[in-house]
Design a protein around this ligand. Sequence first.
Ligand code: HH2
Length: 258
Amino acid sequence: MGVVNVTPDSFSDGGLYLDADAAVAHGEQLAGEGADILDVGGESTRPGSEGVPAEEELRRVVPVVERLSPRCRISIDTTKAGVARAALDAGASIVNDVSAFRFDPELAGVVAETGVDCCLMHMLGEPRTMQQDPRYDDVVGEVKAFLEERLAYAVGEGVPEERVWLDPGIGFGKTAEHNLELLRRLDEIVAIGRPVVVGTSRKSFLGKLTGGRLEGERMPGTIATNVIALERGASVFRVHDVAQVRDALLVAAATFAS
Ligand code: HH2
């Protein structure tokens, strides 16, 4: 899954693809590098961010989804039912909701009604405050219980279980040690029985572990964590650098018993 951020403020590529032409060119490049899915988002969820109004988010993402959907499968990275509906109308076929249907009570209904796949992600609270001293007794147990509860909620709202993917939400209300523990014990999340999505790409814990590397210097850490996630059973790898991570995953997968 390649990341297409149509935002001025995303943590690693904010402002690079705010213009629709630039976003489409970037999405086409990632598709050419072998992305199976392009995750188009118009609102940054970086720590401390405030969110954007639905009209602005729509204005950013709909033209990009329209132009990229004939080329590649599209997921819409949004927490808002109105944005999801418009993006699905424009050709998207997956809803990626970092709030796991907590922020907009209507979003589950949109997914149920349209019959699309969805990704439900764990986040502690909301982006504005999630990195202010996050605490867990057992991060893996708590994230797993949250995802099981959200899966049951989605099914209760009419979303077929086989349409739901789950994501532990690396970096969303977690310290570096929490992120590492989730990767270390990712098999416990996989054991829920739904496809698991992981998003480690360029995130700050990779910088912390490597003596302060900046976003653009975190590709080796991104590759290492995605290979580990593959080995622990993840199915979808959300990354900014598709070509490099895809090669690493293909090589790692080739070493598995056939
Ligand atoms: N991470 C980000 C955004 N959306 N969705 C899923 N399912 N999993 C993730 O880990 C995830 C996500 C944050 O990355 P990015 O889009 O690069 O940054 P920003 O939120 O600043 O736009």
